[in-house]
Design a protein. Structure first.
Length: 129
């Protein structure tokens, strides 16, 4: 009887873990979807999500983990090229909140996004690109 109870308990725990993992994936997808909306309102006018297409600003496809100032076919400011930044989520959060403070001399004009939840959403979306 004890082994049957243990088997049932293990099954319940396994099912619970699968449900929690599914809920986690759904939450990430929802954050990314909201981030796409915010990207459209705040970033898309100057930045493409297509790695083969820069617009007024560089494409942001693959930006997470990329060295700042390294997107081909884009004329970055000297300040950006010399910043030494790698776009981690922490650095992107700093950029989103105050890009001029992070890289003095950048040419990007920016309206700061200080709301942490909005930053989270945008970061979730950027991670999908």
């Amino acid at each position: 009887m004890k082994s049957v109870i243990n088997t049932i308990a293990a099954g319940i725990l396994s099912a619970s873990a699968m449900l929690m993992a599914t809920a986690g994936v759904q939450a990430e997808e929802m954050q990314a979807a909201q981030g796409k909306v915010l990207f459209g309102h705040n970033c898309h006018a100057c930045h493409s999500e297509d790695s083969s297409r820069n617009t007024f600003g560089p494409s942001l496809a693959g930006v997470v983990g990329r060295k700042a100032g390294s997107m081909p076919r884009f004329a970055y400011s000297d300040a950006m090229k010399e910043s030494g930044i790698v776009w981690t989520e922490d650095k992107l959060r700093l950029w989103i909140s105050d890009n001029v403070k992070l890289v003095p001399g950048t040419r990007m004009r920016h309206v700061a996004i200080s709301d942490k939840a909005e930053q989270d959403y945008i970061l979730a979306y950027l991670n999908t690109l």
